[in-house]
Design a protein around this ligand. Structure first.
Ligand code: B16
Ligand code: MG
Length: 217
């Protein structure tokens, strides 16, 4: 049977979360707003604009629209400087095993990411051709937990949402998958991702049989 396999990017395929963190932290520091891992957790899966709004809220800082856009640009340039140095080594453990198993079994594969840099990152790690469909921050108007990104991915794959499986590391992303009537699989901490249908620490914890079973259902 053909299912639709939809992967989030940041925190699922590659660990770019570290780079988002460093870039946001530098920006927050420059504004005198305290920013640590706890704050960063709340930005996972959240769009660039919404992330900056949250940071400014935490610091009770109000800015003009021009300055706001300038800061978005500064953060992104900083982030891109890290991305430029990425290579295949930064693909998360066992992601390639899973992708190649799905390919061998002729399963449709999509990317569903909030990032506007998704294609750049996929090119850097040489994975762009693996995905049949790429839906990213440039294709959607509503951010996760809205299911738009995953619904568009399902549509692109020619699969009904109920037939799709989403891999996500963020709470917002798990909610988006659930809201779209898809099977949600959390990658990360089970206590954080408790709304997911299944949670695994990372792909090394998912046996190949788990995928064979999904395909035969
Ligand atoms: P950009 P994902 C998300 O990617 C990140 O988790 C989130 O931290 C980031 O702010 C967002 O992309 C937007 O990224 O600034 O590159 O457009 O997890 O949905 O793949
Ligand atoms: Mg993510």
């Amino acid at each position: 049977n053909k299912r639709g396999f939809i992967f989030d990017l940041d925190g699922v395929i590659v660990d770019t979360a570290r780079y988002h963190y460093l870039a946001w932290k530098r920006l927050a520091d420059s504004l005198g707003i305290s920013f640590g891992e706890t704050e960063n957790e709340q930005l996972k899966g959240v769009s660039r604009v919404r992330s900056l709004e949250k940071i400014l809220d935490w610091g009770n800082v109000e800015l003009s629209k021009d300055r706001f856009n300038e800061l978005l640009d500064i953060k992104n340039k900083d982030y891109l400087a890290y991305i430029e140095r990425m290579d295949q080594d930064e693909i998360l453990p066992d992601v390639l095993r899973v992708l190649s198993f799905l390919k061998q079994n002729e399963q449709p594969i999509a990317l569903g990411s909030a990032s506007k840099n998704a294609r750049t990152i996929l090119k850097e790690v040489d994975l762009l051709d693996v995905f049949d469909v790429v839906i990213d921050g440039t294709n959607v108007s509503k951010a996760k937990p809205d299911p738009e990104v995953f619904l568009k991915a399902a549509e692109g794959l020619g699969q009904v949402p109920e037939n799709c499986i989403v891999f996500e590391d963020s709470v917002a992303g798990i909610r988006a998958a659930n809201a779209g009537s898809m099977l949600s699989i959390g990658i990360g901490d089970a206590s954080v991702l408790n709304e997911a249908s299944y949670v695994f620490k990372d792909f090394t914890e998912i046996p190949t049989e788990f995928f064979s079973k999904l395909i035969s259902e």
